[in-house]
Design a protein around this ligand. Structure first.
Ligand SMILES: O=C(NC/C=C/[C@H]1O[C@@H](n2cnc3c(NCCO)ncnc32)[C@H](O)[C@@H]1O)c1cc(-c2ccc(F)cc2)cc(O)c1O
Ligand SMILES: [Mg+2]
Length: 214
């Protein structure tokens, strides 16, 4: 029977990456996507920008919207301080199942909590279910038309504090026009665009980093 792309990606990790070595997992996925099949991971070029933001913020709490196969989940978690926590939301059960195995292979199960379900349901429950007061860093990489509503929901739920950083993938391609318009014109955010390319291609894309001002 036919395998899925996430299944083939996991197979590439289990074949080429070293158990317990997160960076080898990242490398194996990038190699698979460059040599075998394109997939919608943030990728190695934008991944370097992601790494620099994670290192700069040095977050104790991270929220990721849209796990997919956990490429960025593992990439972020590999840079976190010892007691930091990363919560990643994924509502497609098949993708979640693959992501759990990628996270396990990387040996990051104690830093990463994958929560299965839609962000709209889980964002309001972060405090009661996970004892999270606020997030130091949020990585947005789920459906592009959900970036804005979920950002407003995080504001309403008091999950952002003065200095919280939102980092949004794909603000050019596929694009998130309503989110960009809101975040760049809101007096409550200080935004910065990091120009790059769509993963594994020469097409323009970029990350938007926005600091919540409280
Ligand atoms: O579409 C892209 N990403 C979406 C990711 C979705 C993943 O996240 C999960 N997900 C979605 N919404 C929610 C949700 N909440 C919202 C719904 O309730 N709550 C929880 N999980 C959610 C899905 O189940 C997937 O696992 C993309 C496309 C291109 C692209 C560029 C150029 C092309 F030609 C083609 C494609 C490049 C990229 O980097 C991209 O990220
Ligand atoms: Mg993306």
């Amino acid at each position: 029977t036919q395998t899925t792309r996430p299944q083939r990606m996991l197979a590439a990790v289990q074949k080429s990456a070293t158990r317990g070595d997160p960076r080898s997992v990242v490398k194996a996925i990038d190699q698979f996507c460059r040599q075998k099949e394109w997939a919608m991971n943030v990728g190695d070029e934008k991944g370097c920008i992601l790494d620099s933001v994670v290192t700069e913020v040095n977050p104790a709490t991270v929220l990721e919207l849209g796990t997919y196969c956990a490429y960025s989940t593992v990439r972020i978690a590999s840079l976190l301080p010892p007691d930091a926590k990363l919560i990643t939301l994924e509502f497609n059960p098949h993708n979640a199942a693959i992501a759990r195995q990628v996270i396990a292979w990387a040996g990051l199960g104690d830093k990463i909590q994958l929560v299965e379900g839609p962000s709209g349901d889980w964002i309001p429950k972060m405090k009661e279910k996970f004892g999270i007061e606020t997030f130091d860093l949020v990585f947005l990489d789920h459906w592009k038309d959900r970036y804005l509503p979920d950002t407003k929901l995080m504001e309403e739920c008091g999950l952002l504090r003065k200095g919280s950083v939102l980092l949004a993938d794909n603000v050019i391609c596929p694009g998130t026009p309503d989110y960009l318009e809101y975040i760049r014109n809101s007096p409550r955010y200080k935004s910065q665009y990091f120009r790059s390319h769509l993963e594994y291609t020469k097409v323009e894309d970029g990350l938007e980093k926005s600091v919540f001002l409280g």
